[in-house]
Design a protein around this ligand. Structure first.
Ligand code: ATP
Ligand code: MG
Length: 280
């Protein structure tokens, strides 16, 4: 059963590729949970099984992947027992994904506003779609004029904001963000992370953040799971993991971060910007 405080409960999940001598245990008895409104990070080096775990939540794992055990509970429903039709309903209406490369989610030949509108069309009936596009653009702090821009006319950060607006068109309960800032330069990364933190606060979005970057964890996550070779080797609150890592692999990952902030940073709120103004 699932814990009702959690929006997502993954228990003992195992996913394999191949068989016999070629057997790869990509995900090997992994358990993690995301509480309501919580931001949880899944951290680990390349190939540790983060993306497969995330895709598996809505059974989007590659065709060759075999579910070898465990369970996935989302909003009290046993995801692995649902039909493809039921899963389709949940994908993109209750669980949204964003990825490293915004152009994976966007079509180059349509304006971003049009694509956001299409996402609205899929999920919300009988509403003023133009007004909803504006609301979503506002929510991700994109200027109104970009509704009529084509992807090639926008920067990487603007594109990722557009993709986040699309992902929010269905008012998802859970946003799965798989390396959402890896392709962006550092200042833009920070802006996108601030936006995600703001959304989690403002609309109560639960976020599963996948990253290999401990700096991102420090800034954004409430709790952390550290993955290595398909297993979770350590879990804890962000504070615990950052200041008192136990597992050698976690220590090693931490050492790879050039500079960690002395404490968890908070995000700019209206109040903060007033304070910042004061300090100028
Ligand atoms: N289509 C596939 N066929 C066979 N093995 C696969 C396939 N996709 C993934 N794997 C295996 O699953 C493991 C986990 O892959 P996954 O994409 O989840 O890693 P990751 O932690 O997201 O890495 P990265 O940080 O590079 O994105 C890989 O090491 C690989 O061995
Ligand atoms: Mg990955």
């Amino acid at each position: 059963m699932s814990d009702s405080n959690n929006i997502l409960d993954v228990k003992n999940l195992s996913i394999q590729f191949g068989s016999g001598d070629g057997l790869v245990r990509a995900v090997d008895g992994v358990s993690f949970a995301v509480g309501r409104g919580e931001t949880v990070a899944l951290v680990g080096e390349s190939g540790s099984g983060k993306s497969i775990s995330a895709a598996a939540l809505t059974k989007l794992a590659p065709r060759a992947a075999k579910f070898a055990g465990g369970s996935i509970w989302f909003e009290g429903r046993d995801m692995l027992s649902l039909s493809e039709r039921e899963l389709r309903k949940i994908r993109g209406s209750q669980i949204s994904y964003i990825f490293q490369e915004p152009m994976v989610s966007l079509n180059p030949v349509f304006t971003v506003g049009w694509q956001i509108e299409e996402a609205i069309k899929l999920h919300q009936k009988g509403i003023d779609r133009k007004a909803e596009v504006q609301r979503l653009l506002d929510l991700v702090h994109l200027p109104e004029r970009l509704a009529t821009a084509y992807p090639h006319e926008m920067s990487g950060g603007q594109l990722q904001r557009g993709v986040i607006a699309m992902a929010l068109a269905c008012s998802p309960a859970l946003l799965v963000a798989d390396e959402p800032t890896t392709a962006l330069d550092v200042t833009v990364q920070r802006e996108i992370l601030n936006l995600l933190a703001e959304l989690s606060e403002k609309i109560g979005l639960s976020i599963l953040m996948i990253t290999h970057n401990f700096g991102i964890v420090a800034d954004l996550a409430d709790r952390v799971y550290v993955m290595q070779k398909g297993r979770i080797v350590e879990e804890g609150t962000t504070q615990e993991i950052l200041y008192d890592p136990q597992h050698p692999y976690t220590k090693q990952l931490m050492a790879a971060v050039p500079r960690l902030h002395p404490r968890k940073e908070h995000y700019f709120t209206a109040e903060d910007s007033e304070n910042t103004e004061d300090q100028k």
